[in-house]
Each structure stands twice: as C-alpha cells, then as structure tokens.
Ligand binder design. Sequence first.
Ligand code: ATP
Ligand code: MG
Ligand code: MG
Length: 543
Amino acid sequence: MFAEGWLKKVYEEKPVPVRTRFPPEPNGFLHIGHAKAITVNFGFAEYHGGVCFLRFDDTNPEKEDEIFFTSIIDMVKWLGFKPYQITYSSDNFDRLYELAEELIKRDKAYVCHCSQEETNNQRGGPDNRGKRYGCAHRDRPIEESLSEFRAMRDGKYEPREAFLRMKQKLTDPSEGNPQMWDLPAYRVVKKSHPRTGDKWRIYPTYDFTHCLCDAFEEISHSLCTTEFYLSRTSYDWLCEALDFKIPGSESKGPMQREYGRLNVAGTILSKRRIQMLVEGSLKHNILPAVRGWDDPRFELGVTDALTNIEVTRFEQTVRRHLEQTAPRLSLILDPIPVTIEDLPEDYSTELRIPFHPKKPDGDARTVTLSRKIYIDRSDFLEKDDPNFFRLAPNKTVGLLNVPFLIRCTGFTKSDSGDVESIQAVKVEGGEKPKAYIHWVDATSCTPATARIYNALFLSDEPNTLDWKEGGWVKSLNPNSEVVYENAVVEKAGLEELRKMEKGEMIRFQGLRTGYFCVDEKDSEAKGKVMLNQIVSLKEDTSK
Ligand code: ATP
Ligand code: MG
Ligand code: MG
C-alpha cells in the first residue's frame, strides 16, 4: 500500500524524513473512515521510518468533550499505532494569536464587521457568480485592524459582530477558488474551552490553524481528504504569508496532499452528521434516530481501506473473518417450548460441544439437554407443507448436536392464535433427517434481548441528503432495528466464553441465526443479556 500508487508519488514529490499527523476534531467518536485516515498517516510514516503525531484539532469549544479525547487515543492504540507525540492545536493559541497580529501588520488580514449575508454578496451572491468586491473594512488602516483585533480578544464583540479575515484574493476577478476569497481566520466564541478554560473569547478557524500547526510540528506531508483540495491554495498562501514556505516551492515547510474519503454505502461517515443522528436537531424539531454514539448501526468494524465500498462487500469481509474465528452458541430469537414427552420428567444429560465445528479438539462448552427445550417459531409450521423440512405435525427433524431426532405429536395455541407449545417424541435410528434445527435447553438457558440491524438509511447515498434541513429523516429505515425481547441463549456456554475472553467483547455465531456481540453496558443496565447483531449469517439478497 505504501510502496506503490498515490502514496509512492507523494513521497517522491518530497523524499525527506517523513513527519505526518492524524488531526481529528474531538467532536465525536471515530468511525471506519478514520481508520483509513489513521492507517494512511501512521502507516506512511512508519513505512518511511518517520513519525506521526496525533493532533487534536480542538479549535471549536462548542463541540468538544473530554470523552472524545480519550476515546480517540484508545482507538489509535487499538488499531496498533503509537503516536510520536500527542499534541493539541490549542497548545498553540498564544503563538497563533501572535501570528495573526503579524499577519495584520503585513497587511494580509483585517477585522471585518460584515453580516453573513453581506459577506456572501462580496463573494458573488448565492451562486457565487456575481461580481466580487471587498468591503470598506478591507481597506481600513493596519493600526485600526490591530486595535479592533485586540478588542475582539478582550471581549468587546459578541459572536458574529467581528471576524479577522485573511486578505487573500477576494477582489481579484481571476481568482476562481472560493477558498481564496478572504476566509475568516478568527471568530468570537464566548465558550470556555476544555483545555484553555476561559482564557480566550476568540478562536482560530481550521483554515488559519491547520497549516500553521503543521508548520510548527514540522510536518513534511500533510495528508488529508479530497474535500480539502481547494484549501491547498489557502494552506500554501498562509504558510507563505508568514514565511513558513517559499512561494511556488515545496522545499520548505509542510506539503498538503489529498486522498479519497472512505465511504460505506447506506451509512454516513461524518462526525457532524452522526451527531445530528445521535442528538436529533433542536432547530428542526427532529428526534434522535439512534441509541447513541455507540449504536451498532454505526459500528461496523474495520477492513482494508477502499475509497467507495458497498456495505455488502464490507459485511462479507466481516462475515468471512467471524466464520473462521467466532465461537458458536445456540440462540433462539422467538422461542416456542417443545416437550419431548417420552423422556422421563427428570431427564437431564450433559453434552460437550466444541465452540467451533471446524476445531473439534478446541475449546468446548457444556450443553444440558432436558425434557423441555426451545426452538424458533420460524422452524415450525402448524400445517405441514411438502416443501418444508423442519418441524410440523407428524414430521421428524434433527436437533443440532443431539444423537436422536424428534417427531411432533401435537401443539397448543393461545387465545390470540399463536402457537404456544409443542409436544414431541424422541426418534432413534431410522433415516437421516432432511434438516437439523437449533435449540436451547429450557432448564439451563438465560433470557436475552437480541437486536437485529439493517441499514440505517434507505438511500444508498445518505451523504447526498439535505442535512441542514433534516432531510435525512425521510430516508431513515423504519426497520433498521428489530428487537427480540424474549430470546433465550445457552447460559453455561456464555459463561465459558466470558472466562475465555477475559474482559474483551464477547462475539459469537448464534447457530443458524447470525453473528452477535454482547452489549455489556446495556446488559448491566438492564440486568439481562443484551445482544447486538454484528452481521447476518448470509448476505440479504431480498433488497
Ligand atoms: P466532521 O464531519 O465533524 O468534519 P470527520 O468525520 O470529517 O468529522 P475529522 O475529525 O474532521 O472527522 O477528521 C479527522 C481526519 O480524518 C481528517 O484528516 C479527515 O480528513 C479524516 N477522515 C474523516 N473521515 C474520513 C473518511 N471517511 N475517510 C478517510 N478519511 C477520513
Ligand atoms: Mg471536522
Ligand atoms: Mg472533517
């Protein structure tokens, strides 16, 4: 990956000791897209014997939270990388402020008091096609901008009343790049910051901060995603304006290069948008759409980084991995009790069953079999059908891992018409059954809630939805979560797994059902085993 293609070209452009950075904004938990960013930045540095910083881009105190800082550190570690240093953009606030004053003194920044609407008009109106022009503040004396900037710093202005803007190429009719139309460098935010407290009332923007922090850390290759492609010009402009780069040359200072974002069809990979799903939108009166930041519909796992992957392809990789590694347990989502009537009342036998069918000598669990078991409602038909090979009146079926078969001799129904219980007898010898079904022993199982997940969005391209106005709500899949409240699962087997996993997340294949993990946090809260489906057993081709 690092010896060929795009990354090879990037290195050839600048074959110097490699210093990179992974620069998350601490405004959310990381997602699989970040796994690509982390692998690209840390991996590229590692491959070339260089170093990679983990830099928290913490310039927006409105969105930041302590928990995001720690979880991001954990995630980088979990992916197997070690930051050369953990740094914070906010550690540079003093230096950045000094440089902002320096920029004003060089007549390359000015304090502007224009409204959003007025600024948009200066940039050619709503479609950016109109004539561009500078406002009166653009030409105000350097001394005046300097004292206004200090007034901003000292709290004289409320948010949106004043900005420090870079004096780029807004008024140059030949400059078609909107990232050069006098972007803001500083804004008023009267919020306390998780690291600098109440010291600042103004905070630098991404466009002002990022390239300068890269320069301070002597980053050689500033690798970012393609939505920053147009920002490369302003990145260089600011570095050059403050002598961190030589105009038209990459020989000094950091060099920005862009790679494609990772997208997974049917979901979104942007922290800001995930935040809307988690918190809903007060502004548009929209309720949250998921259980929280750790909702399984976000948590898909990790695979090789491709730029655009179909979710089915991604799930297939997860499935292939789990097929080889996940232990098996029996889980019944929608149980019906079956009494094997010719077994004695107190019948109970213990079977030793390996956790993995392909590893018969590997770890095993003890499974009790008694006179009463549960099978899944979908494995029973009240009225037999010649194309149905599982349990039905008078039909014989195999039970997985059990040395005998059972034949259904009767069933009872509740007032509401649902099958309530099934009676059966044991069948020994005879023909091999057409099907084996899974079962859970009724005397030794534990109740569970199992949540099955489908795509969160009906659209394959939810990123194209109207996010600001809450347009995503219409595309939410009403069946993205299906909950089985009355599931049952092997109890002893689960306890065995708990011992084997020593505190790691428990994942298993529910026989004939799907891959699940135990949601320990929810299990503790609810006092019951809570299971989240990771992926189904087979690809769902019904869509
Ligand atoms: P936001 O939507 O709030 O900007 P984000 O998901 O883009 O959030 P950042 O914290 O801005 O997350 O991103 C940190 C780094 O990870 C950036 O360099 C960004 O380009 C990269 N990154 C984010 N999402 C992806 C993705 N889907 N694929 C590859 N890289 C990504
Ligand atoms: Mg961001
Ligand atoms: Mg981003």
